[in-house]
Ligand binder design. Structure first.
Ligand code: SF4
Ligand code: SF4
Length: 165
């Protein structure tokens, strides 16, 4: 299975502003934080190479939904996590795409997001997903993905499942 490749589009971090709370500023570059869903406490340290862009808060101030540690990459398109080495476990484990789904012609018709939901504008696929995939039970994500992949393959779709590395 291929590994998931993050494109650093930043979209996931743009919704984490309310979930990753800075509870205490220990220094200008070190913060005691909490991930509110799991109550995980972590100490975020701004990486030396990102200290300069971290000090510019104009864009993050203008977007309250963004995580406070997100900044636009100065080296081209995309975003950077300025505390990449010390962020929350959810940040390291998050996968926005678990599976890509292609039709018989090789056209991508949908993908399965990190919450096991289908993202697709193809009505046939949406219907098939509702009737045959959403109902699948799986004890683990890997198990669920395997069963979902088999169901989709049996209906003629080709799937690419991303592993957890
Ligand atoms: S995990 Fe997904 S949404 Fe988040 S930055 Fe990477 S590609 Fe974008
Ligand atoms: S700590 Fe980093 S990876 Fe986690 S949500 Fe914030 S910017 Fe994104």
């Amino acid at each position: 299975m291929p590994s998931f490749a993050c494109t650093r589009c930043g979209k996931c971090c743009m919704n984490f502003g309310e979930l990753i709370r800075i509870e205490r500023e220990l220094s200008g570059t070190e913060f005691s934080c909490r991930f509110l869903i799991t109550n995980e406490v972590f100490r975020a340290r701004v990486m030396p190479e990102w200290r300069e862009i971290f000090s510019d808060t104009a864009e993050v101030d203008a977007h309250p939904a963004w995580c406070r540690f997100l900044r636009r990459s100065p080296e081209g398109p995309g975003f950077v996590c300025t505390v990449h080495d010390s962020n929350a476990s959810i940040c390291r484990e998050f996968r926005c795409c678990l599976m890509r789904i292609y039709d018989r012609t090789g056209r991508q018709v949908g993908k399965i997001g990190g919450n096991r939901g289908l993202i697709s504008e193809d009505e046939c696929l949406n219907q098939f997903f509702r009737e045959h995939v959403a109902v699948i039970e799986g004890s683990s994500l890997k198990d669920w993905l395997g069963k979902a992949g088999k169901a989709l393959s049996s209906a003629g779709y080709r799937v690419v499942i991303y592993d957890e590395d």
